[in-house]
Ligand binder design. Structure first.
Ligand SMILES: [Zn+2]
Length: 276
């Protein structure tokens, strides 16, 4: 009787991702497979100590005999990303035209011909920026923890993540970062063929402003004095290069809609509102 190959339990997969710093143990790229260092056909079990993360290239090299088990084992003991504290940059392949940002199902588009576009800013800082330079759209994005320490940075199409996050997963074209069990910092879908970046859920933070984007919920901004604002339109084109300005934004900047009086939390994890 042959034993059928059982799936690796999710909890075990997460433990491996955490131990390997969310990237290939050799090069750190976050696009990975779980690899059995000794072949599964030999060991017939998913022993944690025998499992590691490899990118498609290094996985293929191992299969082809160009990368030894010993080298993989050594890297597994000292994963690349844990040495640097961040994942190796992973390059997004968007094209010439500025991609549309879809936040909570609502589309934020750059005005025609714009050289740059900021869907929203907080206190004058762009947490998302789309630039067009030399026939290439370049995306930048930043997501912070409650202390404004960056957990995800996209710097001109290069994705960088903290290797100290609770969990990071790049599965298909969906990037999910969790800050704690059951607590998603961001779920981003890079729909390159539709030229869209879809933010399914996530939390943008800066200077105590916290904007929580819940899945399949309309956009709700945390404003105190004017109640919460819901943006009803399916597509938001502000006609300005900066869409929403939350908090204290430069008075002379051309901003589509200003919301200066925005709620701010007091620093500290105890004050963090619960997220679905
Ligand atoms: Zn690799």
């Amino acid at each position: 009787m042959t034993e059928s190959r059982r799936a690796i339990p999710e909890e075990l997969k997460r433990a491996i991702r955490q131990r390997c710093g969310f990237g290939c143990v050799i090069c750190g790229i976050p696009l990975v497979h779980i690899d059995h260092i000794e072949d599964y056909s030999v060991v017939l079990t998913h022993e944690e100590s025998n499992l590691t993360l490899l990118c498609p290239s290094h996985h293929q090299e191992k299969t082809n005999g160009l990368l030894s088990r010993e080298a993989v084992r050594a890297a597994n003991d000292d994963p690349w990303n844990l040495r640097t504290g961040v994942t190796t940059p992973y390059l997004l392949h968007y094209g010439e035209e500025s991609p549309t940002f879809v936040i909570s199902g609502q589309e934020f588009r750059a005005p025609a011909g714009a050289e740059y576009f900021v869907p929203f800013m907080i206190d004058g800082a762009a947490l998302i920026l789309v630039e067009r330079e030399a026939g290439q759209a370049l995306i930048s994005l930043r997501m912070n923890d409650v202390f404004d320490f960056p957990q995800l940075i996209i710097a001109r199409n290069e994705i960088l993540m903290s290797a100290a996050a609770y969990d990071v997963q790049l599965k298909g074209n969906t990037l999910t970062i969790r800050e704690a069990p059951g607590k998603i910092l961001v779920e981003l879908v890079f729909d390159v063929s539709a030229n869209k970046v879809r933010l399914e859920r996530g939390t943008f933070r800066l200077n105590g402003v916290q904007w929580v984007i819940a899945k399949d919920q309309p956009i709700v901004l945390p404003t105190q004095t004017i109640g919460s604002i819901s943006i009803g339109a399916a597509s938001v084109t502000f006609g300005t290069q900066i869409g929403l300005g939350l908090g204290i934004c430069p008075p002379d900047a051309s901003i589509g809609a200003r919301i200066p009086q925005i709620d701010r939390y007091t620093r500290g994890p105890a004050k963090l509102p619960k997220q679905k």
